[in-house]
Design a protein around this ligand. Structure first.
Ligand code: XMP
Length: 547
């Protein structure tokens, strides 16, 4: 039996706004831990840490109705951290009745203050905000700390702290200046002021396991093989014995894993559409088709629409206009192909009724969050605009999963590592890496430079260590010499960043030797580039892409 992985990358944006509750209700496992989200930036991490030891957990907004929470029959509840003070008018409102269900509860940071405040204790603002590493000493044994050392290095982030505990509670852990852990075992309530979900808290996962497995008695049955078996069965039932589905492939991990899962359920009745938008990487159109057909045995309709896209891109220099042009054209091409498949099935007496999308759990959480979606969802992610008469229903087989779990599922499905470990690639492709106008000549130049960059990063064993690494073509010509010839050609920038989720990133300190090889190969092998520079800007203030 395999475990879900522990990597920390998260997902790209997607578009569907839906309640996470319905999918959790259909979850293929026997035990659920519910995490109520009070708005902490770390809430998703709590779910991922708990899932690492194969216990299924879902994140719900703290405003979720008690009956909705109880309908999931959770084994226990975690109250997350949050940026507010319990006294703030803007503090998210949760039903206090959650504290009297009799279910085991673990409060984290704001969760501790919420419990203390609503159960009759007193929370006061701290003199100084405590943020960062702290040493915590266990001062009283409790099952939550079972097997953990007496002193732990933890991650703190809070302003308020508990001055007087609620009746029945006792202090279980302290830092040098504050209460760090409390418990009332008779009511099955525990809380910590630090963040066990953050990697800096070394024993955090064990603490969460003590809570979920030992205290709550949750079964550790959230495994890839269970997920695959139950998801395939569910899709088979949804789609029925004759139903057909279509799926847009990008060549990336999410759409590929989604397609393979659906194909396991309905085989040839899934048709995948893969569009060449003219700004893919070198040979990508052919390679992806080959992998999808020969290795994944998917039924693929490949559409080479590069000319259509490049025509739309002619003369466009504004980055957002490029994105719009590509997004709109993608929808048009996808719709054309979907309609052809739809009509063909119809004339054969069958009907395409389903559209497969690779929506991931972070998007589901974001869209249901108390604060609303926190990042802009980029328009070209949508396959929206499908002709209304097609009335397609959605299948989103990955909507319960984090990105690292998608990779684990892909591995269990025996999909090639090349797809599973592929670095993120933006929907508008090389168009946002060719500054200024995108022309066929510039696309060809950048494809060559990018292929060299990728090959050398892979050869140095760095491809999986960096979040993204790529070449950017600048519309700047500089003077150079080659042999006896003076050259006047484009500049190419190399960008490599390390990141957990693409939201922030550090420029990667690539070894000089790797940079040297990339640079000399590009200048000598790519006609049209005579200068290579390296981008040493982190995000923020820079972005990862140049446009
Ligand atoms: P930025 O440039 O905003 O990129 O720091 C963050 C992550 O998002 C990817 N990205 C995009 N992905 N369509 C996409 O599908 C886009 O328009 C787009 N712009 C940026 C980028 O590659 C990085 O992983």
């Amino acid at each position: 039996m395999d475990n879900f992985g522990t990597s920390t990358s998260t997902a790209a944006a997607s578009s569907t706004i839906v309640s996470p509750v319905s999918s959790a209700a259909l979850s293929p496992v026997s035990s659920i831990i519910v995490i109520l989200d009070f708005g902490s930036q770390y809430t998703q991490l709590i779910a991922r840490r708990i899932r690492e030891f194969n216990v299924f957990s879902v994140v719900l907004p703290c405003t979720t109705k008690l009956e909705t929470i109880l309908a999931l029959k959770p084994k226990g509840i975690v109250l997350s951290g949050g940026p507010s003070s319990v006294y703030d008018d803007a503090a998210p409102k949760a039903d206090q009745a959650i504290l009297s269900t009799g279910l085991p509860i673990l409060g984290i940071c704001y969760g501790l203050q919420f419990m203390t405040h609503h159960l009759g204790g007193r929370v006061v603002p701290a003199d100084a905000r405590e943020y960062g590493h702290a040493e915590v000493t266990v001062v009283d044994e409790t099952p939550l700390f079972s097997g953990l050392p007496a002193t732990m290095s933890v991650w703190m982030s809070h302003g308020d702290h508990a001055e007087a505990l609620a009746p029945g509670f006792r202090v279980t852990a302290r830092t040098s200046n504050a209460v760090a852990g409390i418990a009332d075992e008779s009511r099955r309530m525990w809380a910590v002021q630090f963040h066990p979900e953050v990697a800096h808290t070394k024993q955090g996962t064990e603490l969460l396991r003590n809570f979920a497995v030992d205290i709550c008695g949750a079964a550790q049955d959230w495994t890839p093989e269970h997920f695959i078996a139950s998801t395939v069965a569910k899709i088979r039932e949804q789609v029925g014995p004759t139903g057909h589905a279509i799926c847009g492939l990008s060549g990336g991990v999410d759409s590929s894993v989604a397609a393979v899962l659906v194909a396991r359920a309905i085989g040839e009745r899934l048709t995948c559409i893969f569009v060449n938008n003219g700004v893919l990487r070198k040979d990508e159109f052919a390679k992806v088709q080959q992998t999808m057909r020969d290795e994944l045995h998917l039924n693929v309709v490949a559409v080479d629409a590069s000319e259509r896209f490049l025509l739309k891109l002619a003369g466009v220099t504004d980055p957002e206009k490029k994105r719009k042009a590509i997004g709109n054209e993608f929808i048009a091409v996808f719709d054309d192909e979907a309609r052809k498949i739809f009509e063909a099935e119809k004339s054969a007496g069958e009907e395409v009724a389903w559209l497969v999308q690779g929506t991931l759990y972070p998007d589901v959480i974001e869209s249901a969050s108390v604060h609303g979606p926190s990042h802009v969802i980029k328009s070209h992610h949508n396959v929206g605009g499908l002709p209304a008469d097609m009335k397609l229903k959605l299948i989103e087989p990955l909507r319960d999963l984090f990105k690292d779990e998608v990779r684990r599922i892909g591995r269990d499905l025996q999909m090639p590592e090349e797809i599973l470990e592929r670095q993120p690639f933006p929907g508008p492709g090389l168009a946002v890496r060719i500054l200024g106008e995108v022309t066929p000549e510039r696309v060809a130049i950048l494809q060559e430079a990018d292929a060299i960059c990728t090959a050398e990063i892979k050869r140095a064993g760095l491809y999986r260590k960096v979040w993204q690494s790529f070449a950017v073509l600048l519309p700047v010509k500089t003077v150079g010499v080659m042999g006896d010839q003076r050259t006047y050609a484009y500049t190419c920038a190399i960008r490599a960043v390390e990141s957990e989720d693409g939201m922030t990133a550090d420029w990667a300190a690539l070894p000089y030797e790797v940079l040297r090889t990339i640079s000399s190969r590009i200048v000598s092998e790519v006609r049209g580039i005579n200068r290579v520079v390296y981008d040493i800007t982190s995000k923020p203030p820079g972005t990862i892409e140049w446009e």
